[in-house]
Design a protein around this ligand. Sequence first.
Ligand code: FAD
Length: 376
Amino acid sequence: MQKVAIVGASLAGLAAARALRRQSFAGEIIAIGAERHQPYDRPPLSKEFLTGAYTEADLALGHDDDLGVVWRLGVAATRLDPRGGSVHLADGEEIRADGVVIATGARARPVEHAGVHTLRTLDDAIALRDDLRRGGRLVVIGAGFIGAEVASSARSLGLDVTVVESLPTPLAGPLGPEMGAVCAALHGDHGVRLLTGVPVTTVTGSDHVEAVELADGTRLPADVVVAGIGAVPNVEWLAGSGLEISGGVVTDANGATGLPAVVATGDCASRDGVRSEHWTHAVEHPATAVATLLGTGAGRPPKAPYFWSDQYGVRIQFAGRREPGDTVRIVEGDPEQRSFLAVYERGGLTTAVLGMSRPKSFTRWRRQLRAAPQEA
Ligand code: FAD
């Protein structure tokens, strides 16, 4: 293989470039990125960057000049032609490569109202930070990780914050209802109003937002509105490529797609109908995908999925995969104190572990989680 094109120049794309060099690929690497920025880290966008603790410079992901990567930034790939191994760009250029790594990630699910913020990119974060600096009333639609972190950051900036969630508890999907209730209480501890179980019907205002209205008639006046209602994989450009697309680019555990010499990794890749939309996966999995591309082995054995979230000074960490019906047992600490460790169990096996402000014991339990039945 002489030339590899990496499409998506962010966390997983950079990790793929590093893995290519680490796995002795000496050929040409070209990384194509729709954003105009060099690779940067997204997790601080909802945390330290919003509060002002970090600047843009703090987000930079190692500008590894010694990787010898040609960066084509600010231009999107528009088409993959598997026959010639060509990637077509929006500016008309055609890049021929022997191997392609797809790492185009995801974008925030959009909201049909002008002035409502979403948060996925540095540019989104700059716009939101500027609005939050003006203070006032913030309404956050969606109490998932991004919504909760924005609420937490805005609260620390002194805004009056209301979070609206259509499900009965925040984070019920990943954490289950019991632990979701603990996350709900965390908002209350910090003076954030949380309204659950009621969907938003509309956002009012014309050139700027005025209020968020709920299905039960509640009207929430707002100066700033942020929607954190999930992400959509960036896969439209792959239409007609012959790749199977189902909730993302369909791959096996090693990142292999249905096309030879094309692998997918990071947030855009879907395995068994699930996309792993977490930082650690986007950093670790590209090494496996690159090993698949180069035909040098099966990469590393899959690890249990892992993510963290920082809310109101509490670090939430979760590893494994919870399923409805799993029982939850507190093994250490006290949920009332927002400092505890909980294990999820099914049929006598530990399926997942959750820690709040317990990083050391969480790490011990995470190591113990059996990797075999888990997905990377
Ligand atoms: P992305 O980071 O989405 O990058 C994909 C890149 O591909 C983008 O730059 C995009 O512009 C580009 N692209 C898209 N389409 C094209 C195209 N057609 N041509 C060229 N380029 C294209 N995870 C955690 O585990 N813990 C956290 O606390 C946490 N906090 C987060 C906070 C925020 C605000 C966000 C947005 C995410 C957070 N995450 C967190 C998730 C984590 O950042 C992602 O899992 C990770 O960024 C995924 O990396 P990726 O490279 O696969 O995709």
